[in-house]
Design a protein. Structure first.
Lengths: 323, 315
């Protein structure tokens, strides 16, 4: 399998917060890689830094940031904006805030193709209509003339996806694409993404906090906590044998119909995600971890727990909690 | 036994402006809803956005006047009670603890407000009750002196729960109480709500779009679609054997963390429910995967039996 996106040792500092601390993520062609974690763990910032869209005042360092074999870490704003929306595209959580309310769906969609490919208006409109139909929107001609507020949440997210596909991207970064939607619509949108991926060979980096989504759509999972990838594995391996105490804890927090009895408490992780200052050492999870030892304040080894399965923890792979 | 909450033929309409010259349109948010919740139980209300579940919560809290019908809480008609008496009986916990707490007041003052509003309690007693409520939800006295902005989302939701409990109500209406929280914090809050119900004998009306959460906490579940309850049953029964096609679709769309199953096709099509344009016949028929001819012309009657209520021609 060929790597489409390779991020190695990504570090992002925003003001006095170390938002990402040495995260490495690889997305292969035609693969869905899920970044999962709670709010404030650095998953969105990681994605934004790949796209070169970090907020002002933030600093990014990597040892490698390769897209389709090309190092893009040193690209300036102009070179990045040529890539963005063309070969790599992004969709966001809330389509109402990421679509411009003052322009019609059609004019926003065609702009992408005209800017990147110099297409004529007619060509761009044809392509937009074709893609709206592709993402399951009926009467695309009518929708092109409408404004975002005239569409339902599910339709808007479909428009966002269609817009991201205008230039046939190789990489799609989706940041919580279904969090604002109803469960029924969520299932439709996730099915759509899966079909598109199969047909177009897209590499998808999907950011979510929902372990249900991860289990159902991901090929590979990276669990982020406090700016680090604490565990990374193929999806089946991660759910069958989670290693990191945070991953294990997270899995017990989710109520599963038919699995957890009513009135039986759910597992929970005490405390909250900390804000990490630059210069922090040791494991970011140790204050919330039931297994913490003094060794957790030192350097944490990245250990192999199986084929392609890595965990960032001092505990030996396959550890069992002391009774 | 008197029901904790009883709702009879409840209906609420809104008038929505269409434009400068167009006449306002009538939107029926809650349409002829009746149910009773026995004391000590939890009625979970589920449905998509726009189905009227939050309007229902506001009607039961007395924050909205019903267009028709009655809300009876603990044997007394809500409309006949004054606001103070109502507050002693029924209290809300809302979704967003960032929006529902006054940012300029300290936590202990926020929690004391319902007691002060009652107007008949001495300062010393208020302090004692506030400390008791904070302890009950797992907050320290020291946290009582802070401002909401200094607390995390989970702690803020604990403050909202403490404020709801400080008057020792019998009933708490929870409108998406964990939707704004992270999963690990959601579990903490759900465990707290379950523990409070056990210890204090509370009755909950628990509104959520997350069926897994509802299954975990509710004893009985009502499924709403475009303002009507289309199915109501004991939680176990509903999740084991859903009878309404909409309930089945909702359950199918729950993504449990089980790898390899893929994303199911819920079979609902592309038509979105619009409360301003309720279809004739069964209001679910444009999206229903099993609809027959009768469904588009004739509205189904609610059928009550031992297993609960269902409103479908085919059930």
């Amino acid at each position: 399998m060929t790597a489409l996106l390779e991020v190695a040792d990504l570090r992002v500092t925003i003001g006095s917060t170390a938002a990402v601390r040495g995260a490495s993520i690889t997305v292969n062609k035609g693969e869905t890689h899920c970044l999962v974690g709670e709010s404030g763990c650095g998953k969105s910032i990681s994605a934004l830094s790949v796209m070169g869209l970090l907020p002002r005042g933030s600093r990014r360092e990597t040892t490698a940031l390769r897209f389709a074999g090309q190092e893009i870490g040193g690209f300036n704003e102009r070179e990045m904006s040529r890539l963005r929306g063309d070969r790599m595209a992004m969709i966001f959580q809330e389509p109402m805030t990421s679509l411009n309310p003052a322009y019609t769906v059609g004019s926003q969609m065609t702009e992408v193709l005209r800017r990147h490919r110099g297409a004529t208006r007619v060509q761009a409109v044809d392509r937009a209509a074709e893609l709206l139909a592709r993402v399951g929107i009926t009467a695309p001609g009518l929708r092109l003339g409408q404004f975002p507020h005239q569409l339902s949440g599910g339709l808007r997210q479909r428009v966002m996806i269609a817009m991201a596909l205008m230039c046939d991207p190789e990489l799609l970064i989706a940041d919580e694409p279904t969090t604002a939607l109803d469960v029924t619509v969520q299932a439709q949108i996730l099915r759509l993404l899966a079909t598109l991926q199969k047909d177009l060979g897209l590499g998808i980096l999907l950011i979510t906090h929902d372990l249900g989504i991860v289990a159902r759509v991901a090929d590979r999972v990276s669990v982020m906590y406090a700016g680090e990838v604490v565990e990374s594995a193929p999806t089946a391996a991660l759910f069958a044998a989670p290693e990191h105490p945070y991953t294990r804890g997270l899995l017990t927090c989710v109520p599963v119909p038919g699995k957890v009895k009513r009135d039986e408490p759910l597992g929970s992780i005490p405390g909250v995600v900390p804000r990490i200052q630059p210069g922090f050492t040791g494991c970011g999870f140790r204050d919330r971890c039931a297994q913490a030892t003094p060794a957790c304040a030192g350097t944490i080894p990245r250990q192999r727990a199986g084929a392609d399965h890595e965990t960032l923890c001092v505990l030996p792979p396959g550890w069992k909690a002391a009774a | 036994m008197t029901a904790a909450i009883e709702v009879r033929g409840l209906r609420r309409e809104f008038r929505v402006r269409q434009g400068v010259f167009a006449p306002p349109k009538r939107v029926i948010a809650v349409d002829d809803v009746s149910f009773a919740v026995p004391p000590g139980s939890v009625l979970g209300v589920v449905g998509e956005s726009g189905c009227g579940k939050s309007t229902l919560a506001r009607l039961i809290l007395g924050l909205l006047e019903p267009t028709a019908g009655d809300v009876v809480v603990d044997g007394q008609r809500l409309s006949a009670m004054d606001r103070r008496a109502r507050a002693r009986l029924i209290q809300p916990v809302f979704q967003d603890p960032f929006a529902s707490l006054n940012p300029k007041r300290r936590v202990r003052d926020i929690v004391a407000m319902p007691l002060i509003a009652q107007g008949d309690m001495a300062g010393r007693d208020i302090d004692r009750r506030v400390a008791e409520a904070l302890e009950r939800v797992g907050l320290s006295v020291d946290q009582g002196t802070r401002y909401p902005a200094q607390l995390s989302g989970g702690q803020r939701q604990r403050v909202a729960i403490a404020r709801a409990l400080v008057l020792r109500p019998r009933i708490v209406v929870c409108d998406e109480p964990t939707s704004a929280l992270d999963v690990s914090v959601q579990a903490q809050i759900l465990n707290l709500l379950a523990e409070l119900r056990r210890d204090l004998g509370l009755t909950y009306l628990f509104i959520s779009h997350n069926l897994a959460v509802v299954e975990h906490i509710a004893t009985e579940v009502a499924v709403m679609y475009l303002g009507r309850i289309v199915e109501r049953a004991e939680s176990e029964t509903l999740f084991a054997a859903p009878r309404h096609p909409y309930t089945r679709a909702l359950l199918a769309s729950v993504l449990t963390p089980e790898p390899g199953l893929g994303v199911p096709d819920v079979g609902l099509g592309d038509v979105m429910p619009d409360p301003a344009n309720i279809p004739p016949g069964c209001r679910f028929h444009p999206r229903c995967p099993v609809a027959v001819g009768q469904c588009s012309t004739e509205a189904p009657r609610p059928a009550n039996d031992a297993a609960g209520l269902v409103e479908c021609h085919l059930a």
